[in-house]
Design a protein around this ligand. Structure first.
Ligand SMILES: Cc1cc2nc3c(=O)[nH]c(=O)nc-3n(C[C@H](O)[C@H](O)[C@H](O)COP(=O)(O)OP(=O)(O)OC[C@H]3O[C@@H](n4cnc5c(N)ncnc54)[C@H](O)[C@@H]3O)c2cc1C
Ligand SMILES: NC(=O)c1ccc[n+]([C@@H]2O[C@H](COP(=O)([O-])OP(=O)(O)OC[C@H]3O[C@@H](n4cnc5c(N)ncnc54)[C@H](O)[C@@H]3O)[C@@H](O)[C@H]2O)c1
Length: 477
């Protein structure tokens, strides 16, 4: 027998994005069901942000102490790998979602466990683990927040070697002796940093000419140099041709385009080659949409051509980051509530109902050493967009706060300035511990703060934030 229920809003996927959509609409006075097939909390809590940053934090803390002469004398031993893995486990609640399920109940949201599919207009059918079906009808909206999953490139034999995806790389219970990482983007760089510091011999195979291809070039170069300094074999322009297992070993064949193909042997291979939308089996075809790929949404995250359907978070491919999914959730949630109550929905840039920051001010931090913290447009993106701009650069190590922070501090700050409006289009900081500098740049970029006013934002002495003053001075010339 099928259980049938009606809600104002049905949210599919209880990752960080779906949780927030449900919370916002319930706070707005609507009823909501939240459907989850695996763990409430999604990738970020169990297989992405939290465990990866927990794996990296010990290494960062040790580097911070080792970088200060005097303090470094206190670091007399090695990182306790088992304790680091145990601390990582605590951040995932040992892969139990009891705490988050409790939060959902406390927020007045109905949790429905099972796998959901659209079944025509405003209807979602959920199949539970025991095969029972629940039919959820939505009066106002269905929000698809089904996220993304690892994309495995079509390399001969790769699937058959049972490679790690980011899920295994963030949840592994043992350190692999030799780890071959395919992909030198966010995941590849962070996981190479983490596992090499925990004792793995790591090789990174990146097909492009740089790590972190979408960042300012100086970022990828600095991270590559640091990884190499830590003993990681970083191969750029590496075309992975095939993979196979030989006993317990995995053998990856790679060519750099010049000499003959080379075999790289490891104990494990991690595929960190990007993501794909989780849309292939959620019934999109029942509402007239193509059944795969990222959802095409407008600025209020409404799926184009289907006004009652929203695509929020990783599933729309706009900015695959937890904080951006949560931001979109707040904007889409507000739009859903407004439309349900007949209020006007202003779709102009920066209104409460649209996700303008998705294109203008996406912040992110790559937690390597050096860290890469950026917001908005890189110089290359500014050039592509045709906006008049000038790039201003300053060595972060020249700032008093940085030199106090770590002996021989090395880093770079880059500002991309809109020369017509004299506001910032983007900012990148590359250097140890720059993550917490980033939000100042986010405020300046999202707020379109005129440079003339930024002179009055006086950075405290002696902090790394003084780099703001140096950037302004460099801009003025
Ligand atoms: C290794 C790694 C590290 C990362 N680190 C960071 C970081 O430090 N900072 C950052 O901002 N971002 C980071 N990210 C990106 C971040 O994890 C994602 O952007 C974020 O998890 C997206 O959230 P979401 O809710 O949109 O999707 P997800 O977290 O993928 O959640 C989607 C949910 O939907 C459920 N679902 C899917 N299909 C169905 C269905 N048919 N029925 C029912 N439920 C369904 C899934 O089970 C899942 O729980 C990282 C990613 C990776 C891979
Ligand atoms: N700290 C963070 O915020 C954080 C951390 C991890 C992931 N993320 C998010 O998750 C997303 C996915 O991360 P990702 O690292 O999987 O993707 P990515 O897009 O950042 O990098 C993928 C890399 O793999 C390379 N690649 C693809 N196919 C290849 C092949 N066959 N051989 C060799 N190299 C190949 C690409 O050239 C690219 O450099 C990121 O874009 C980011 O939005 C964020």
């Amino acid at each position: 027998m099928t259980d049938e229920r009606t809600y104002d809003v049905v949210v599919v996927g209880a990752g960080s994005t779906g949780e927030n959509v449900a919370d916002i609409v319930v706070r707005g006075g609507l009823s909501a069901a939240l459907v989850e097939a695996e763990l409430v909390g999604g990738e970020c809590s169990y297989w992405a942000c939290m465990p990866s940053k927990a794996l990296l934090r010990g290494t960062e803390a040790i580097a911070a102490a080792r970088g200060v002469s005097g303090a470094s004398a206190a670091v007399t031993g090695e990182q306790d790998v088992q304790a680091t893995l145990a601390r990582r486990d605590s951040f995932t609640s040992s892969w139990s979602d009891d705490g988050q399920a409790q939060w959902v109940a406390g927020a007045g949201i109905d949790l429905v466990r099972g796998s959901a599919r659209l079944d025509g207009e405003r209807v979602v059918v959920v199949t539970g683990a025991d095969g029972t079906e629940t039919r959820l009808a939505a009066t106002h909206a269905v929000a698809l927040c089904t996220g993304s999953e690892a994309a495995v490139p079509p390399v001969e034999g790769l699937r058959d070697v049972d490679p790690w995806t980011p899920r295994e790389a963030t949840s592994a219970k043992e350190v692999p002796g030799r780890l071959v990482v395919i992909g030198g983007g966010y995941v590849g760089c962070e996981m190479a940093t983490a596992w090499s510091a925990l004792g793995s011999t790591v090789t990174v195979l990146e097909r492009g000419e740089r790590l972190l291809a979408n960042a300012e070039p100086v970022a990828g170069d600095a991270v590559a140099a640091a990884l190499r300094g830590a003993g990681v074999d970083v191969r750029l322009g590496a075309a992975v041709q095939s993979a196979r297992r030989e006993g317990t070993e995995v053998v990856v064949t790679v060519s750099d385009g010049d000499g003959p193909a080379e075999e790289i042997r490891g104990d494990q291979v991690l595929v960190a080659a990007g993501r794909r939308a989780r849309t292939h089996d959620i019934g999109l075809e029942t509402v007239g949409l193509e059944g795969r790929g990222y959802l095409d949404v407008d600025e209020s995250l409404q799926v184009r051509g289907v006004p009652w359907l929203y695509g929020v978070g990783d599933v729309n491919g706009r900015a695959l980051l937890t904080h951006m999914g949560k931001y979109q959730a707040r904007q889409a949630g507000a739009a859903i509530v407004a439309r349900a109550t007949g209020a006007d929905v202003d779709l102009s840039a920066w209104s409460p109902f649209v996700a303008t920051a998705d294109t203008e001010a996406v912040p992110s931090v790559v937690f390597t050493d050096p860290q890469v913290a950026s917001v908005g447009l890189t110089a290359a993106r500014a050039a592509e967009s045709g906006r008049p701009h000038r790039v201003v650069e300053y060595p972060l190590g020249n700032v008093a706060g940085s030199s106090l922070h770590r002996d021989g501090y090395e880093g770079t700050a880059i500002a991309v300035v809109d020369t017509e409006r004299e506001v910032l289009l983007g900012v990148t900081f590359v250097g140890p511990d720059v993550a917490e500098l980033l939000h100042s740049a986010v405020v300046a970029v999202a707020g379109e703060v005129p440079l003339a006013r930024l002179w009055h934002a006086v950075p405290a002495y002696p902090t790394m934030s003084e780099v703001w003053l140096r950037l302004l001075e460099t801009w003025r010339g």
